[in-house]
Design a protein around this ligand. Structure first.
Ligand SMILES: C[C@@H]1N[C@@H](C#Cc2ccccc2)[C@H](O)[C@@H]1O
Length: 437
């Protein structure tokens, strides 16, 4: 192995209560909200085909035009209690909010920047009421923070000379101050979700990102932070130059999921997912495929079956309301979660051989294993193949609490026969197993 000062400081997963809590929650809501919701992917009658929150980088959007948008940001329909109620009924157990995206606009009245909510017609802090409402609804809040800051005069993508290095140092102090300010203002938050850490200026200062992570942990012990913050002193990100995960969970699953348990290398991990192919901030015109409730449920269940968390993104409009598609998805997901959420919360990798009909999820630390069926075979019979010396002693569908009688096939294999094949939602079956000596 390579001697590293600023690589991973720990092998294996965190076992403390804060991390166990994060792991148990499994289902989160991402919220991308900021000035980019004002243009909503359109400007001067033209449509931006990129991700709406990146519109400032579009050649049709003059920087000075974008940088004036704060003067009209006035979310008069913002209702944090309603946001929290929607997330609660969807079944989300944590929420990640963009405190500051790449454009540098702060949703809180930071004393380290003029480019904040305080300068808008709205004036008031948006984060405090949001965090309070979500916490009151029993939902943890994590703060998204972009290191890239297109508005800050000292931000440099790379450091080419002494002047750049001096600016870089001032910028690092600015970042440190804003993060400490967020922890001081919002002490109930449970973690940071860092983004925008791919530029050389950040990647090439592994020492700073390491010291920053330790500083934040010293201010707020137990904070959960993913692998995207850090670089080691050789510029390796997420995994250090010895292949060991930095941070508390692998944070690289953005708009994609691992295929197998081998892909996650025994690490904690989290996937973040958009409803359209690639829109995080509000875009007036969604084009291409918009994911359905069942598609999202399959991503959520697959993530949990592979020992990970799944976070679904919402992009509120500039006025503070959610688009119809997102409201309908939240309702549809919530309907299923009300009956079947027990298979998701505290779910972990079951250790059973994957079957074509769907996914196994083990309730952490128990013999309870759930089957979440997405593909009902034309035979209507679900093959249940258990590890050696494991016996199936009972099975019941959560919906209607319907008992199923396993048909033994031989060795440790059974068939479960579903009553009728018509369903338009994933079917969850709770298996009772006994593992022999
Ligand atoms: C969580 C997501 N990360 C951000 C990004 C990005 C990005 C930037 C360049 C190339 C590929 C992806 C998106 O704007 C959103 O915040």
């Amino acid at each position: 192995t390579i001697a590293l000062q600023h690589g991973a400081h720990r092998t294996g997963n965190r076992t403390d209560a804060d991390m166990a809590r994060w792991r148990s929650l499994r289902f989160g809501q991402f919220i991308h909200w900021g000035l980019y919701a004002i243009p909503g992917g359109e400007w001067n009658g033209k449509t931006y085909n990129g991700a709406a929150e990146w519109i400032r980088s579009w050649k049709e959007m003059p920087h000075e035009e974008y940088d004036k948008l704060y003067r009209q940001f006035n979310p008069v329909n913002f209702n944090p209690q309603q946001w929290a109620a929607q997330a609660k009924s969807m079944g989300a157990k944590y929420m990640i909010i963009t405190t500051k995206h790449h454009d540098g606009f702060c949703l809180w009245p930071s004393k380290y920047s003029k480019y904040t909510i305080a300068a808008t017609p709205w004036k008031k802090d948006l984060l405090g009421p949001m965090i309070d409402a979500y916490n009151k609804a029993g939902i943890d809040v994590h703060l998204y923070f972009s290191i890239i800051d297109w508005n800050h005069p000292d931000y440099r993508a790379s450091l080419k000379n002494a002047a750049d290095s001096a600016a870089g140092k001032r910028f690092q102090l600015f970042v440190k101050n804003q993060l400490a300010e967020l922890l001081q203002r919002y002490p109930t938050i449970k973690g940071f979700w860092f983004d925008g850490t791919w530029d050389d200026s950040w990647k090439n200062d592994g020492a700073f990102s390491d010291e920053l992570e330790q500083y934040l942990q010293s201010l707020h012990p137990g904070l959960v932070m993913g692998s995207r913050l850090r670089a080691d002193e050789k510029g390796a990100r997420h995994f250090d130059s010895n292949g060991r995960l930095m941070g508390d969970y692998e944070q690289g699953w953005e708009r994609k999921l691992p295929a197998t348990i081998e892909d996650v290398h025994g690490n904690d991990w989290e996937a973040v997912m958009t409803v359209p192919e690639n829109q995080w901030g509000y875009h007036a015109k969604w084009t291409g495929h918009v994911k359905t409730v069942n598609e999202i449920l399959e991503m959520l269940v697959k993530s949990v079956s592979l020992n990970g968390n799944f976070v679904l993104n919402f992009g509120p409009k500039a006025d503070g309301t959610f688009r119809t598609e997102e409201q309908q998805l939240a309702a549809g997901i919530g309907q299923w979660m009300k009956v079947n959420g027990e298979a998701v919360y505290n779910g972990t990798y079951a250790g059973f051989e994957k079957q074509d009909w769907g996914y196994y999820i083990r309730k952490a630390g128990t013999d309870s294993v759930y089957m979440v069926v997405f593909n009902i075979p034309v035979s209507g019979s679900l093959r249940v193949k258990l590890p050696a010396r494991t016996e199936l002693t009972g099975a019941s569908m959560l919906l209607g609490n319907t008992t199923l009688t396993p048909e033994w096939i031989g060795r440790n294999e059974y068939f479960l026969h579903l009553p009728g094949k018509t369903t338009d939602s994933p079917v969850v079956i709770l298996l009772k197993t006994v593992t022999g000596e």
